[in-house]
Design a protein around this ligand. Structure first.
Ligand code: BG6
Length: 477
C-alpha cells in the first residue's frame, strides 16, 4: 500500500521563470525573455502581438526572475532541507547555444548546469530536466520562424546530444518538451511561433508540432544510446474535460476536446498519429509535410513514462451561452458550478486529478509522473518573511490524497510528484510575482522591488513532513 519506496517527491521550476541572469555567461536572447508583465502579455505569448525586442514602457520579469542563476546553491540547500528526492528544472537553450544554430556549445552555460546538478547530488536530489520549457533562442525565431522550420529538428538534436553526453551520470530523467500541447494555445511562448496576416494558423501549428514530435523521438533515441539508464518522458498540460451535461452532444464535445490534447501524447507514447487526428487534419485541409524516416522514428522511439501538469479539470459544452462564460485559464473551459476557484479563477478539483490519472494510465499503460501541481495565491508575509499559507497546504493535501487514491485504490503506477514553483517565481501566464506557488517566499514584487531574500513559509515544514512519511501524514499541525 502507499507510494513506492523510491517515490520521487520534489518540486519544479523553469529556467525563464526563476533564473534571471538573462545576459550572464554568454546567454542569448530567447522568446520567453520578451513576454512582458501586464496587459499585453497574453497577446504576445499567443502570437497575436509581435514583440521581437524589448520595448519602452514594458517590464520584462524574466530578466531577473528570482535571480536563481546566482542563488541556486542556497535554493537547492533549502530543497534538500525539505527532503526533496528530485528537483525538476529546465535548461535555458540559449545558455547552451546562444543563437541556437552554432556548431559548438557555450562552455559557460554547460558549466553552470553541471555545477547545479552536482549541487543537487550533494543534497541527495536527483535532477529531472526539461530540455525546453517554452523557450527558443530568438535568433531561431527570427531567422527560421522557430518550430515552423524543419531545421529546428537538427538544432534541437545538437542540443540534446550535447546535454546527454555532458551530463551522463549526473542526470537520468529527461522531459523533451514542457506542455507540448501548449503550442495550440500559446504558440509564441509554446514554440516561438508568430503568424503573418491571413496565414492558416492551424496548418502552421500542426506542422510545427510534427517537428517537435520528431525532435522528441530523436531525443529519446539519443538519450537511450548515450546511456541506457536514461529515462525520457513526454509532458502534457493535462486535466480531463467533463461534459457540462449528459447531453450526448456535450459528451462528444468533451471527448473531442480531450483528443486535441491526447494527440501529442498518443504520438509520443504509442508511436503513431492516431486515426482520429489523421481524419481531422484531412477534413480541415491541414497537410503535414514529413521526411522519409519520420514515421519509423516516431514508432521506434517512444517515451518511457508520461509526465503531466495538473491544476484543474476542464468543462466543455455545445451551448454557446455557456461557452461565453469561460474562465481566465489559457485553456478555454466553462465554469464548473460544483467547484471553488483560486484567486485567479483556476478551478480546484482534487478528484479531477484522480480521474485524469486514471484516464492517462488506462490509455497508455506506462508509468505516470506528476511534474506540476499547485495553488497560485497571494501570500502575506510577516516582518520575518513567514507566511501562514494554510490554503496552500489544504490544496496540496487534497491533491496528494487524490493521487494516493489513484495509486492505492486504482493501481496507477506513479513515479513521483513535483509541486509547481516550489520556490516563488514569475508566473508564466501573467508575468506576476504576486501569484505565488512556493514553500519558500521570495521578497520581490511585480514592480521589481524587494531584496530577493528567501524565507520559509508554513508549508515548508508541512511538505518536509509529507516527504518524511512518504505521503502518509498529510495533516496540517
Ligand atoms: C504551466 C507551466 O502551464 O503552469 C508553468 O508549465 C506555469 O510554466 C504553470 O508557471 C502555472 O501557470 P501560471 O500562469 O500560474 O504561472
Amino acid at each position: 500500500m502507499g507510494f513506492r519506496e523510491d517515490f520521487l517527491w520534489g518540486g519544479a521550476t523553469a529556467a525563464n521563470q526563476c533564473e534571471g541572469g538573462y545576459q550572464a555567461g554568454g546567454r542569448g536572447l530567447a522568446n520567453v525573455d520578451l513576454a512582458p508583465l501586464g496587459k499585453d502579455r497574453n497577446a504576445v505569448i499567443t502570437g497575436q502581438k509581435k514583440m521581437f525586442q524589448f520595448e519602452e514602457g514594458y517590464t520584462y520579469p524574466a530578466q531577473v526572475g528570482i535571480d536563481m542563476y546566482h542563488r541556486y546553491k542556497e535554493d537547492i540547500a533549502l530543497f534538500g532541507e525539505m527532503g526533496f528526492k528530485t528537483y525538476r528544472l529546465s535548461i535555458a537553450w540559449s545558455r547552451i547555444f546562444p543563437k541556437g544554430d552554432e556548431k559548438e556549445p557555450n562552455e559557460e552555460g554547460l558549466l553552470f548546469y553541471e555545477n547545479l546538478f552536482k549541487e543537487c547530488h550533494k543534497h541527495g536530489i536527483e535532477p529531472l530536466v526539461t530540455i525546453t520549457h517554452f523557450d527558443c533562442p530568438m535568433h531561431l525565431v527570427e531567422k527560421y520562424g522557430a518550430w515552423r522550420s524543419r531545421e529546428l529538428v537538427g538544432f534541437y538534436e545538437n542540443l540534446c546530444r550535447v546535454l546527454f553526453t555532458r551530463y551522463k551520470g549526473l542526470v537520468k530523467y529527461w522531459l523533451t518538451f514542457n506542455e507540448i500541447n501548449m503550442i495550440l494555445h500559446a504558440p509564441f511562448m509554446g514554440a516561438g511561433l508568430y503568424f503573418e496576416a491571413g496565414e492558416n494558423q492551424e496548418q502552421v501549428k500542426y506542422q510545427a508540432a510534427h517537428h517537435e514530435l520528431v525532435a522528441s523521438a530523436i531525443a529519446t533515441k539519443i538519450a537511450h544510446e548515450v546511456d541506457p539508464n536514461n529515462q525520457v518522458g513526454c509532458m502534457l498540460a493535462a486535466g480531463s474535460y467533463y461534459p457540462y451535461s449528459c447531453n450526448p452532444e456535450d459528451v462528444f464535445k468533451a471527448q473531442q476536446a480531450d483528443h486535441e490534447n491526447y494527440f501529442f501524447i498518443d504520438v509520443q507514447s504509442r508511436g503513431e498519429y492516431p486515426a482520429y487526428a489523421l481524419k481531422r487534419l484531412e477534413r480541415e485541409g491541414i497537410q503535414i509535410e514529413m521526411v522519409d524516416g519520420d514515421l519509423e522514428l516516431l514508432k521506434n522511439h517512444t517515451v518511457d513514462f508520461i509526465s503531466f501538469s495538473y491544476y484543474s479539470s476542464r468543462v466543455s459544452s455545445v451551448d454557446p451561452e455557456l461557452l461565453a462564460k469561460t474562465s481566465g485559464n489559457i485553456f478555454a473551459s466553462i465554469k464548473n458550478p460544483y467547484l471553488k476557484a483560486s484567486e485567479w479563477g483556476w478551478q480546484i478539483d482534487p478528484l479531477g486529478l484522480r480521474i485524469t490519472m486514471n484516464n492517462l494510465y488506462d490509455r497508455y499503460q506506462k508509468p505516470l509522473f506528476i511534474v506540476e501541481n499547485g495553488l497560485g495565491a497571494v501570500d502575506i508575509p510577516d516582518e520575518n518573511g513567514y507566511v501562514v499559507d494554510d490554503y496552500r497546504i489544504e490544496y496540496l493535501a487534497a491533491h496528494i490524497q487524490a493521487m494516493k487514491d489513484a495509486v492505492e485504490l486504482d493501481g496507477v503506477d506513479l513515479l513521483g510528484y513535483t509541486t509547481w514553483g516550489c520556490i516563488d517565481l514569475v508566473s508564466a501566464g501573467t508575468g506576476e510575482m504576486k501569484k505565488r506557488y512556493g514553500f519558500i517566499y521570495v521578497d520581490r514584487d511585480n514592480d521589481g522591488n524587494g531584496t530577493l531574500n528567501r524565507s520559509k513559509k508554513k508549508s515548508f515544514d508541512w511538505y518536509k513532513k509529507v516527504i518524511a512519511t512518504n505521503g502518509e501524514d498529510l495533516t496540517n499541525e
